[in-house]
Design a protein around this ligand. Structure first.
Ligand code: 5RP
Length: 287
């Protein structure tokens, strides 16, 4: 089912307009424009009704929006958060904000007051990733605080569709996150209720972990489902995304990339963002 007709003007590129990788300039202001898409080559057996299954890989008629990069402030210096955010302004598409409660994950980060303060410090759209229990209680507060996209974990919520509706009613995009050990299949049919799907490429809880390539099978499954249903949904990957991993994630069908260590561990965080985006574009534009 198609929904959210404001999609393309509120920060998401539409799917399937062309097969040329384009990065609209407006993306820097959080509006990703309306032009352009890329192709991804899915593996044999992944196309419905097409392709030569004897070949090792081939290109399906699957298009994805231009890639976006969301630096994760989990890897930033918490004593200078506003400065760290400004260091990626003009380069990043979204700012990824990891909220952890020390219950859903064994780590404790920041909460609503910090998000409210940061909101006043930057124009970057906030991509809030809630790694918390009881998201129905807390998530709408982040939408009210001005978060652009609020993502909660499927494992923590017994009625994800209801919460997605609440978030949209509060003016935010709604995101569903899938942790390392959670299969994606039970959630595919819920995707029309969501604007983003975040697939963990590590176990949620800590930055700086090693990327797990096997988890890209979930990305491929999601991309096939999104393409088959003509859904307008960003597929985001989070965990261990860096120069040596982003291309495989993009080729699998991801179009939004969270990167903490690879951005804030770099000498020039803005340049690191630009390089990651260029690599993701390269991985899909030639497919
Ligand atoms: O959600 C997260 C951890 O649960 C972080 O966003 C993720 O780990 C990003 O950090 P890095 O790029 O260093 O892996």
């Amino acid at each position: 089912m198609r929904h959210r007709p404001e999609w393309s003007v509120a920060g998401f590129a539409p799917i399937g307009r062309s097969r040329v990788a384009v990065r609209p300039e407006s993306a820097r202001a959080g509006r990703l424009g309306t032009g352009g898409s890329c192709r991804v080559a899915l593996r044999p057996g992944s196309c419905r009704g097409g392709g030569d299954r004897r070949r090792r890989s081939y290109t399906c008629p699957v298009t994805v929006p231009p890639p976006i990069v969301a630096p994760s402030i989990l890897a930033a210096d918490f004593a200078h958060l506003a400065d760290e955010v400004r260091a990626v302004e003009g380069a990043a598409d979204w700012l990824h904000v990891d909220v952890m409660d020390n219950h859903f994950v064994p780590n404790l980060t920041i909460g609503l007051p910090v998000v409210q303060s940061l909101r006043a410090a930057t124009e970057l759209p906030f991509d809030v990733h809630l790694m918390i229990e009881d998201p129905r209680r807390w998530a709408p507060g982040y939408a009210d605080a001005g978060a652009y996209n609020v993502t909660f974990h499927a494992e923590a919520c017994d009625d994800p569709v209801a919460l997605a509706k609440d978030l949209r009613s509060a003016g935010a995009k709604a995101g569903l996150a899938i942790d390392r050990d959670t299969p994606i299949e039970p959630y595919l049919d819920l995707l029309p209720s969501f604007d983003t799907l975040l697939i963990m490429t590590i176990k949620a809880g800590f930055g700086g972990q090693r990327f797990i390539p096997q988890l890209l099978e979930k990305v491929r499954a999601a991309r096939r489902h999104v393409a088959a249903g003509h859904l307008e949904l960003r597929i985001e990957v989070d965990g261990g995304i860096a120069a040596d991993t982003i291309e495989q994630a993009a080729a699998a069908g991801a179009d939004a990339f969270v990167a903490g260590t690879a951005v804030y561990g770099a000498d020039d965080p803005a340049e690191a963002v630009r390089r990651l985006r260029a690599l993701a574009e390269r991985a899909t534009s030639g497919a």
